[in-house]
Design a protein around this ligand. Structure first.
Ligand SMILES: Nc1nc2c(ncn2[C@@H]2O[C@H](COP(=O)(O)OP(=O)(O)OP(=O)(O)O)[C@@H](O)[C@H]2O)c(=O)[nH]1
Ligand SMILES: [K+]
Ligand SMILES: [Mg+2]
Length: 445
């Protein structure tokens, strides 16, 4: 595979702390590259049998001082995560132990600290996985909810990689037919050949449209559905946000116009990731800062997957027209005059503790309805969607071609479609795409 080269030291042996920073029971230090055997011999007194954990003293190479007693593992390339020789030290997770082992490694010839995502980048470079699977690995590390974990696991396991490889192979075959026709034109065969190319392009187009149909759910599972709390000033929006987040995130006060910025909180709603957004109360105002807050609130309403509209007896207003589904809530149920508020879906009082369970159940049901099945989605990022939309556009042109369409035009559309699939999986030279993706990784992955 053709992979952009790293800025420096592709042949270096890289190492990093692969487990979390800070004190822990066990810390895992990972090494990968041509010097791994040498590193294990120098520090652990030998190279263990592949995939067999052995207990060894780790020594500082120069002084021979014992740094720790560690579990040592060796994975011989190419049957390893990166495709290179890989080693692991499972050491006691104290800061001084980790520091000592890392600085001993740094002293070995040809060894250096890994860049962000470099282990996975090498895995892609060595054909162990494609870019979409690498993105799945990054998502797995970031997963906060069950649905995110399941989706990431499928993707890291190559669900989109396999589909894309199949699409690309079929596009290549169609392209080969079209190019053969350009090189060896045979007037008689043209209609039959064109019919076959059109039919195959149509089938492929259908499969890609089906993948795109699940894209929104896939992306929402990954990023979290956006639930926006909105309403007039003092309706109790920030109070509700704090109650749902179970901590004091937003300032609450009896002064109308307290919240100005949007405040975001990540919640796990019945296994689905949700970003809950508190907004400034919507009203006409001459206060410059509050006006900016109201503008931000309106922008949030536009990107909402669900709007939770709050009203109370002392803060009444009709909701604005929004594209997303809207849940109308009557707050401060404990207040006199609440009954005067008509049409609402849930009535609650954060102070009185009533109605909260009903609201949570409604929110969970709406999240489930919006996202269920999303963990099966192939398309989980805007990047995937954008490339596949390009593929679909070109295939749509090909399937609609007629006898008068020059075969060169058909070939060009097929080529552009294949190139977009190539960008999706990383089987092209595009440094920016790599940088975009691997920037999200932490060191040691
Ligand atoms: N009685 C009663 N008062 C409440 C309840 N919830 C909130 N309040 C009060 O209503 C006032 C406004 O609450 P906030 O949460 O700041 O309202 P907000 O909608 O965020 O207000 P802005 O940010 O200014 O738009 C505060 O004094 C809260 O204590 C409730 O359930 N019952
Ligand atoms: K307030
Ligand atoms: Mg507020």
């Amino acid at each position: 595979m053709n992979v952009p080269s790293l800025r420096y030291g592709e042949n270096d042996t890289i190492f990093a702390l692969a487990s979390g920073a800070g004190r822990s029971g066990v810390a895992v230090i990972r090494l990968s590259g041509p010097g791994v055997r040498f590193g294990l011999e120098t520090m652990a007194g030998g190279v263990p049998e592949p995939r067999r954990a052995v207990l060894r003293h780790l020594r500082e190479p120069a002084s021979g001082e014992v740094l720790d007693e560690a579990l040592v593992l060796f994975f011989a390339g190419p049957a390893s995560f990166t495709g290179e020789d890989v080693g692991e030290f499972h050491v006691h997770g104290g800061r001084a132990v980790v520091e000592a082992v890392l600085s001993a490694l740094a002293g070995l010839a040809g060894f250096r600290v890994a860049e962000r995502g470099e282990f996975t980048r090498r895995a892609v470079g060595n054909g162990r996985m494609d870019l979409t699977a690498a993105e799945g690995v990054a998502d797995l590390v970031e997963a906060e909810t069950g649905s995110q974990r399941r989706q990431a696991l499928r993707q890291a396991g190559g669900a989109l990689e396999r589909a894309a490889a199949d699409w690309r192979a079929r596009l290549a075959r169609l392209l080969a037919w079209a190019e053969a026709e350009i090189d060896f034109p045979d007037e008689e065969d043209v209609p039959a050949l064109l019919a076959s190319v059109r039919e195959n392009a149509g089938t492929l187009h259908g499969e890609i449209e089906a993948a795109l149909a699940g894209a929104r759910r896939g992306e929402r599972i990954r990023e979290g559905a956006v639930v926006v709390i909105a309403g007039p000033p003092n309706a109790g929006k920030s109070t509700l946000l704090n109650a749902l987040a179970q901590r004091d995130v937003a300032i609450v006060s009896p002064i109308a116009g307290t919240t100005r910025d949007t405040i975001e909180v990540h919640l796990d709603l019945g296994g689905y990731a949700v970003t809950l957004v508190d907004t400034a109360g919507l009203r006409e105002t001459t206060d410059v800062v509050e006006t900016m807050g109201v503008e931000r609130a309106r922008a949030s309403l536009e990107r909402a997957d669900l709007v939770v509209w709050l009203e109370s007896a002392d803060a009444r207003a009709e909701p604005p027209a929004v594209a997303a589904p809207l849940l109308r809530i009557r707050t401060k149920d404990d207040q006199p005059g609440s009954a005067a508020i008509g049409a609402f879906d849930v009535s609650l009082s954060v102070h009185g503790g009533t109605g909260m369970a009903t609201l949570l159940a409604r929110l969970e049901a709406m999240a489930r309805a919006a996202l269920e099945g999303g963990e099966q989605a192939l398309v989980t990022r805007a990047r995937h969607r954008q490339e596949l939309e390009i593929v679909a556009r070109h295939l749509d042109i090909v399937r609609g071609a007629d006898v008068d369409t020059p075969v060169e035009f058909i070939a060009e559309d097929l080529r552009l479609a294949a190139r977009a699939v190539g960008r999706l999986t990383g089987r092209v030279d595009i440094d920016e795409i790599y940088d975009l993706i691997f920037r999200e990784f932490c060191i040691g992955k």
